[in-house]
Design a protein around this ligand. Structure first.
Ligand code: ADP
Length: 177
C-alpha cells in the first residue's frame, strides 16, 4: 500500500533478519536487553550492542534512541520503550503513538529511508493487538501525510499470521481516514 512517496507493508516473520535501514526494537527502559523481540535483536546483533546501549543511559516510555545494527543486516536499531498496558486509562494509547513518532523522528534525523517496526507493547507489555495496530498505523500515516517525502518504505512486522491480519486491516482502515 502507498501513502505519498512511501510504500507501507505488513510483513509476517522475524524482524531480526530484515534488510531495512533501521529496525525498531520494543525495548525496556534500561535498554540492556530483555525478552521477546528485544532479546531476539540482542542475540542477533551480538554483544557489541549492549556495550553501546550501556552508554545511552536508558530511555523513557514513549521515547526512542538509536544504535548501530552490528551483526544485523539493518544498519541501525532504533530502541523505543512502549507503555505497559494497565487497562487503557493511563495514557497508554498516547504513549504508544509517541513511540512510533519518536522512532520516525530519530530515523528522519539520520536520513534513513526504510524502517521496520515490530508490534510494540503487544507482547510482554500486554497492549491488545487490535488497539495497538490502530494506534501504530494511524500514527505512522499521520506522520507520512505531514512529511510525505521522507521515507521510501515502512513495514509493520508481525510475528504470527493472526497479528498480521489485524495489522493489515488496521492499515486499510487508517489509509481510508
Ligand atoms: P513488549 O514488551 O513491548 O510487549 P515483546 O517483545 O514482548 O515487547 O512483544 C512485542 C511484539 O513483538 C509481540 O507481538 C511479539 O509477538 C513480537 N515479536 C517477538 N519476537 C519477535 C521477532 N523476532 N520479530 C518480530 N516480532 C517479534
Amino acid at each position: 500500500m502507498q501513502s505519498g512517496a512511501t510504500c507501507l507493508e505488513v510483513v509476517n516473520g522475524d524482524i531480526t533478519g530484515l534488510d531495512y535501514d533501521a529496525i525498531v526494537n520494543a525495548a525496556n527502559s534500561s535498554l540492556l536487553g530483555g525478552g521477546g523481540v528485544d532479546g531476539a535483536i540482542h542475540r542477533a546483533a551480538g554483544p557489541d550492542l549492549v556495550h553501546e546501549c550501556r552508554l545511552l543511559g536508558g530511555c523513557k516510555t514513549g521515547q526512542a534512541k538509536i544504535t548501530k545494527g552490528y551483526r544485523l543486516k539493518a544498519r541501525y536499531i532504533i530502541h523505543t520503550v512502549g507503555p505497559v498496558w494497565r487497562g487503557g486509562d493511563f495514557g497508554e494509547p498516547e504513549l504508544l503513538a509517541s513511540c512510533y513518532r519518536s522512532s520516525l523522528n530519530v530515523a528522519r534525523g539520520h536520513q534513513l529511508e526504510s524502517m521496520a517496526f515490530p508490534a510494540i507493547s503487544t507482547g510482554i507489555y500486554g497492549f491488545p493487538m487490535p488497539a495497538a495496530a490502530a494506534v501504530a498505523t494511524r500514527t505512522v500515516i499521520e506522520f507520512l501525510v505531514a512529511q510525505p517525502e521522507i521515507f521510501r518504505k515502512i513495514a509493520f512486522v508481525c510475528f504470527d499470521v493472526g497479528a498480521s491480519a489485524i495489522f493489515q486491516q488496521a492499515l486499510s482502515e487508517a489509509l481510508r481516514m
